[in-house]
Design a protein around this ligand. Structure first.
Ligand code: FAD
Ligand code: DLZ
Ligand code: SF4
Length: 507
């Protein structure tokens, strides 16, 4: 008798806890491509191709390392279509007396796994996912008794715990956070390196054919496909980021330039989230670049904060708030998601560009997600459920544990301020300052009202006015009401009328 060790599509790390203590002569590793996972939301074609190809390469490498791997491809005739069904089939095929799996990334999947012991009459061990730098119990302890959680304080604890960017126990450079230096607008003539690109091999080509045939109706362009799909390729992508982009990551972290989807970002979330890269190795690589003098502290600290701070923090919040986080709706927002989030058919150039790039690359960088796509969904009062589904579908790095807190917590403030201290609402002025999108727009960012005015401008004030009862006491937003109150009645009416006309035109 042996152990069935189940590895999910986002657990592609050779150090995954479910493999610890594996008896290669008796234990069986189960990996499966299943219809339920590929369609519970209609993921972007590139996302499915990326995960299936990475899974197949990972299984291949496990086999080469001497593991007994049982791998079900999506189009295998007997494929049961679900994790539960595939585990059942594997138990029937092999001589199994227990199941081991690492804690999954999604609550939905955990609920399913928790039924296996009873369903199959075998002991099921769910092991901690130690690829994260903060355990779930540890986060719960940190959060206990705090009325409000703030990422910044959590991040400082993580810096101390892991000894990152410390000098004699103090923060390197005398500050924990160098964000103030990381808000440069874009400038002409920036030399942005070409992003890392891997060439599809035979395994990837087979997967691309499969996705083309079976997921044709899903959103997104399948070709060209250049994601890294092996650990070695992902390490190359990390190395390329550290040597070519990191030094400018901080300065232009918030900048957006038309037709420059990749900017100086790392594009590593794809690989971190499926397990091809580990958070600590990315953090150490950045820290070492600073020690070598290859990248300035504002860039290195900014990058590390995203991984050691935000990434761990949102995961902690997700597991603290589940189940039910996705149902929270502080503003009672219930508008449908505008059709242009799929078609890009809008005269608002910033939104059009961000949707077009999302469709092409299954990627948009943080500030596009936050201040363009997210900001609009917030101001337009789109229902959290619809926004969550869209963000989960369209990005190849999207898994619910990281997508949902960013959507419900960060952009929609649907949790009433549990994750973030204020809604990231902004008018067109912010987008105009941080991008060149407005240069090519049918609307005029300088105009506040009327048919030619940038819709972000009046939607912003209309959002504040509509939600006054819920926001007036928020210290970070409250002062905006002083500005609103100084406006004349005609101006306030124009805001309401423009917003109402514009929002009606969306449906
Ligand atoms: P970089 O800008 O290079 O940042 C470095 C790394 O830091 C990222 O790879 C990521 O691992 C981590 N990171 C940065 N910001 C965050 C954050 N807010 N939360 C968690 N990790 C962070 N990130 C995802 O990984 N998956 C998602 O589904 C996802 N959905 C998002 C939805 C919205 C509405 C917003 C505002 C943000 C979302 N993010 C998500 C966070 C962030 O936008 C992406 O991690 C980032 O854009 C990925 O690109 P990158 O690897 O080039 O990141
Ligand atoms: C996102 C995804 C997709 C598209 N397909 C699979 C799959 O076929 N097999 C699999 O093991 N995982 C897949 N995943 C990831 C899961 O939906 C889910 O996010 C994780 O298993 C949670 O840890
Ligand atoms: Fe976007 Fe407004 Fe600028 Fe147009 S004018 S690109 S809608 S911010």
């Amino acid at each position: 008798m042996g152990t069935l060790r189940v590895i999910l599509g986002d657990q592609l790390s050779q150090t995954i806890t479910s493999l610890a203590g594996c008896d290669k002569s008796r234990d069986v590793i189960l990996m499966c491509e299943v219809w339920d996972e590929a369609t519970y939301v209609a993921h972007h074609k590139k996302k499915i191709a990326f995960l299936f190809s990475a899974m197949r390469h990972f299984a291949h490498n496990l086999q080469k390392a001497g593991y007994k791997v049982d791998y079900t491809k999506l189009d295998d005739g007997e494929n049961a279509g679900s994790f539960q069904g595939e585990v059942k089939r594997a138990i029937a095929r092999h001589s199994i007396d227990r199941i081991i799996i690492t804690h999954p990334g999604e609550y939905r999947v955990l609920q399913d796994i928790e039924t296996w012991q009873e369903t199959f009459g075998l002991p099921v061990e769910i092991r901690e996912d130690d690829r994260f730098l903060c355990g779930l119990d540890e986060f719960r302890d940190w959060a206990k008794g705090r009325k409000q959680l703030r990422m910044e304080f959590f991040y400082r604890e993580m810096r101390k715990k892991h000894g990152i960017l410390l000098e004699n126990g103090n923060p390197a450079g005398g500050q924990w956070n160098f964000d103030a230096e990381n808000r440069k607008p874009p400038k002409d003539g920036l030399d942005i390196p070409t992003p890392h690109q891997s060439r599809p091999d035979d395994i990837t080509s087979e997967v691309l054919d499969l996705v083309e045939a079976r997921f044709d109706s899903h959103f997104g362009d399948l070709h060209p496909f250049h994601f890294a799909v092996t650990r070695q390729q992902a390490l190359n992508a990390l190395d390329q980021f550290i040597t070519q982009r990191l030094s400018q990551f901080g300065d232009y972290q918030d900048a957006m330039i038309q037709n420059q989807p990749w900017m100086f970002h790392s594009h590593l979330a794809f690989y971190l989230n499926c397990g091809l890269l580990l958070p600590l190795e990315c953090i150490r690589a950045a820290e070492n670049a600073w020690h070598r003098g290859d990248a300035p502290l504002n860039a290195v600290e900014g990058f590390i904060r995203q991984i050691l701070g935000w990434r761990e923090y949102v995961r902690g919040v997700y597991w603290l708030k589940m189940p039910g986080y996705g149902d929270e709706n502080f503003f009672a927002a219930n508008a449908p998601l505008p059709e242009f989030y799929w078609s890009a058919n809008t005269k608002m150039n910033c939104l059009r560009q961000c949707v077009l790039e999302t469709r092409k690359n299954a990627y948009a960088h943080h500030i596009q997600r936050l201040m363009v796509l997210g900001n609009f969904a917030l101001l337009a009062g789109v229902s959290p459920a619809e926004v969550n589904e869209w963000f989960l579908i369209v990005y190849a790095d999207a898994f619910e544990w990281v997508e949902m807190p960013n959507v419900s917590g960060m952009i929609l403030f649907a949790d009433g301020g549990f994750l973030a201290s204020k809604p990231y609402a902004a008018g067109g002025g912010y987008i105009s300052k941080m991008s060149n999108y407005c240069d090519n727009c049918s609307y005029q960012v300088g105009k506040k009202n009327g048919p030619k005015a940038c819709p972000f401008n009046y939607l912003y004030w209309d959002f504040l006015a509509r939600n006054r009862a819920k926001l007036a006491d928020n210290q970070r937003v409250g002062m905006m009401y002083k500005t609103y109150d100084r406006m004349g009645d005609d101006k306030k009416q124009a805001i309401t009328d423009d917003a109402s006309r514009f929002l009606k035109s969306l449906s």
